[in-house]
Every structure is written in structure tokens, then in C-alpha cells.
Design a protein around this ligand. Structure first.
Ligand code: SF4
Length: 328
């Protein structure tokens, strides 16, 4: 059996945090805490959660912009952090990223075609004429008119700039495109166009997507499977439809209740989460969600404050980390 396109194995990322004062002990921000995920070729995995939950740090680790503190990121069975030379270059070709703000990801001093051409020039496998042909073909694939070839980023609309950023990410023909909030800086109508484009590109090129967003409506449109993150951990993972139809973790229920229209006849109340997510510098004991959890009184005694629930499987494809759902 071949290795999955992307596999995260017990991924941890820690950062040294600034001290509050000279004489205070050094602190550590544990941004990603033991994440395990798999994504097959051509699949689409959505990673959701409030800001600060660690989803962008996961994205940066997948594309090699952040080194794991422990655990690993494996692309087609090869560990990203230990790859060197030709293997490291091949891994860089296989995985690309699109960021939230296209303006900051393009060089304002260069025509947009030069920004798209740059990865090909660094890669060095194609001759100059073939590179230009590839750039034009990529412009066409992302719906950009060739007349924009020599324009500068400030001359383009927000949607056109994001198409250029997608073209730059696709020009080396990656197998996996990591999208880190690629629509959050765009107007609603442009957002729908970019989502449709990503869906088309996935179908046309067999591209796999790791789609990171706090916008659940967008994730629902694109993802086959969804992982919900809270304070650095995955707390639920399920096929997208199953998660939207019947979320199991109280945090997933709260996230979804904020965006879904109530179903006719179903007496569903909107769940409003109390307070802000806790600081990753001082995570709560036991289940990190317990200070905000509306369901914890259904768990015996003070188990939620004492014991961190494991991510346990209930059924073939779903996993959930909650003491309520691991009860027999
Ligand atoms: Fe809520 Fe307890 Fe489940 Fe955590 S383990 S989500 S606090 S019920």
C-alpha cells in the first residue's frame, strides 16, 4: 500500500515566549499539541477552529516554514524536516501554499507574471521559453487574462491578485495545495469565485487541498473531511457531511450552531460560547475546553477538569476527544 500524500504524526510545535520581566522564568507557547492527520491524493481536508487554535502553525509546518518541535510531517512517506538536497527540492515542488493576503505574498515591484515565473526560475528544470509557456498556461488555468501578464499587483483587483497568488502556488504542478484562509480578505462575491476556482482546480488536476479557515460555509463547500482544532489539538475529525449533520464534540456543536440555519422541526438552539479561548501559555487542566463547555455537567464529578480526553474512534471514520462521547 502506498504512503498517503500527507501524514502528520504526533506533530508538536512549541515557541519560546517572551518573558514578562527580566526575572521571570522563560515560558513556552505550545501551539500544536500532538496532531495526527492524513490526507490522500486528490482529497480535501478542512481544518477549522477559532483564531489562535494552531491551524496556521500546522499549515506552516506542512509547507516547511515551521520546523516541528517533535513528531513529523511526512509527504508521500518522506519526512519533510529530514529531507536534504534533491529530495528536499522535490518535496518543495509537491506542496505549495496560498496565504490569506495576496497583496503581501506578491512583490509590489514586479509585474505579476514575474512573481509567477519566480518559482520556475528557482527550480531551474525548464528552459526560459518553456517557463513562459507554463506561466501562460497557469494564468489560463486560474482564469486570468493574458493581458494582465505585465501588470503590477496594485493595478489588479483583490480577486485577481488572489488568482495570481494561486497561479504562483500552482506553477510547479504541486500535488498538495495548502490554503491558509485564502478567502478571508476578499469580498463575499469574490470569495465565492475563488472557492469555485479551487474546486475546479482540484477536479481538473487531481490536486489535494488542505483548507484552513474559520469560515465553515467555505469549508463545507470544499472539504471531504474536517478536523476541528481547539487550543492546539484536534478535538473531532469526521467526514464533512457527517460533521455538519451531527457534530459530536461540544466545541464542534457550538461552532456549527453559529453558522447553520436551524433545520425545520428540529428544536436546535444557537450555542453561544462563553468567554475567549484560553491562552496557550496557560492551558486549563484536564480538557482544555472545560472552562467554556456547556455540556460538562453531564460528565461524572470533576473528570473534565482533571483528565484530558483522548481522541477516540467511534465508528470507522470519526474520532472525537470528549469524555461524554467515550462513555460506553
Ligand atoms: Fe466538555 Fe468534558 Fe467533553 Fe471537555 S471532556 S468537551 S469539558 S464534556
Amino acid at each position: 500500500m502506498s504512503a498517503p500524500l500527507l501524514e502528520l504524526r504526533d506533530l508538536h510545535v512549541r515557541f519560546a515566549a517572551r518573558r514578562g520581566g527580566w526575572f521571570e522564568p522563560r515560558r513556552e507557547l505550545h501551539a500544536v499539541r500532538g496532531v495526527d492527520l492524513r490526507l490522500e491524493r486528490g482529497g480535501a481536508l478542512g481544518l477549522v477552529g477559532e483564531s489562535g487554535c494552531g491551524k496556521s502553525t500546522v499549515a506552516r509546518a506542512v509547507v516547511g516554514l515551521q520546523r516541528p518541535s517533535s513528531g513529523g510531517v511526512f509527504i508521500e512517506g518522506l519526512e519533510r524536516a529530514s529531507a536534504r538536497g534533491a529530495r528536499a527540492r522535490e518535496l518543495r515542488r509537491r506542496v505549495s501554499i496560498v496565504f490569506q493576503d495576496p497583496y503581501s505574498s506578491l512583490d509590489p515591484r514586479l509585474p505579476v507574471s514575474a512573481s509567477v515565473l519566480e518559482p520556475l526560475a528557482i527550480d531551474g528544470r525548464l528552459r526560459p521559453r518553456a517557463r513562459r509557456m507554463r506561466v501562460l498556461a497557469t494564468f489560463e488555468a486560474v482564469g486570468l487574462d493574458a493581458a494582465l501578464y505585465h501588470r503590477y499587483p496594485h493595478e489588479l483587483s483583490g480577486g485577481q491578485r488572489q488568482r495570481v497568488a494561486i497561479a504562483r502556488a500552482l506553477v510547479l504542478e504541486p500535488a498538495l495545495l495548502v490554503c491558509d484562509e485564502p478567502t478571508s480578505a476578499l469580498d463575499l462575491s469574490v470569495r465565492a469565485q475563488i472557492v469555485n476556482l479551487l474546486d475546479e482546480l482540484r477536479a481538473r488536476f487531481g490536486l489535494a487541498l488542505l483548507f484552513i479557515s474559520h469560515d465553515l460555509a467555505v469549508v463545507r463547500r470544499l472539504a471531504d473531511e474536517i478536523a476541528v482544532m481547539y487550543l492546539g489539538r484536534v478535538v473531532e475529525r469526521a467526514p464533512a457531511q457527517q460533521l455538519f449533520d451531527a457534530p459530536r464534540h461540544p466545541y464542534s456543536k457550538a461552532l456549527l450552531s453559529a453558522v447553520l440555519a436551524p433545520r425545520p422541526g428540529a428544536h436546535e438552539e444557537r450555542i453561544v460560547l462563553a468567554g475567549e479561548p484560553p491562552s496557550p501559555l496557560a492551558p486549563p487542566t484536564g480538557c482544555a475546553f472545560h472552562p467554556r463547555c456547556f455540556a460538562r455537567e453531564r460528565v461524572a464529578q470533576d473528570r473534565c477538569e482533571r483528565e484530558s480526553p483522548e481522541l477516540s474512534a467511534r465508528g470507522a471514520q470519526r474520532v472525537c476527544a470528549c469524555h461524554l462521547t467515550d462513555a460506553p
